[in-house]
Ligand binder design. Sequence first.
Ligand SMILES: CC(C)(COP(=O)(O)OP(=O)(O)OC[C@H]1O[C@@H](n2cnc3c(N)ncnc32)[C@H](O)[C@@H]1OP(=O)(O)O)[C@@H](O)C(=O)NCCC(=O)NCCS
Length: 200
Amino acid sequence: MWVTFGLGLKKPKFSNQLYDLICNCIHTDLLLAFDYLLSQFLKAMMQSENSVEDAFHIRKLEISDKEKGFIELLRQLTVCDSVSDEKFKERFEEIAKYGDDHCICVIEDVRSRKIVATGSVFIEKKFVRNCGKAGHIEDVVVDSSARGMQLGKRIVEYLADHAHSMGCYKVILDCTEENRPFYEKCGFKKKEIQMVKYFV
Ligand SMILES: CC(C)(COP(=O)(O)OP(=O)(O)OC[C@H]1O[C@@H](n2cnc3c(N)ncnc32)[C@H](O)[C@@H]1OP(=O)(O)O)[C@@H](O)C(=O)NCCC(=O)NCCS
């Protein structure tokens, strides 16, 4: 009933059409099984992505974030002395007056209720570029225990999206050579050099 052909595979003698039909059925079953496994895999991937989104909530800075380690987080970036509650409130309200022109965003770890990432963008109004606007990203930092989980990228994307939605024609930032690959992953490219003059 079977004849051997090619690489030792056997083909039934009785009917080529029947053989093709069986092969097609097997192929279809395999494809369906593969399709099912792929969809399960993608579902699991999406669930794990969602669980990261659920575990880390991104939003604008709130006045209560001082109690959630916001200042301690900034200390991982640069000099940031302790700020009294009164001074924090005063500065918070001052910044709030700029509305969407000064946006500080944070990521809160929902379980620990700690602020684990932050960054800010300031919208500068210009005369050039047809009275255009430019976004300036500053103070991006992720808590040392939460690095490598795409939180920095989420912060930078949030700030860049904000600048875009405010009508900016560009968004810029300064960084060290060490952080250049990170910002490149966020879609930025190196342009010119940074100059600075400190007063303190
Ligand atoms: C720089 C910093 C904000 C990155 O935050 P993070 O949450 O660890 O970064 P992410 O997980 O979002 O990284 C996004 C991508 O950049 C890559 N990346 C991050 N830091 C990198 C680095 N120093 N060098 C090379 N690649 C880097 C990641 O591997 C990841 O790549 P992938 O998308 O291919 O997986 C964080 O390390 C930090 O807070 N550093 C100290 C403060 C600081 O230097 N801030 C920047 C001021 S300009």
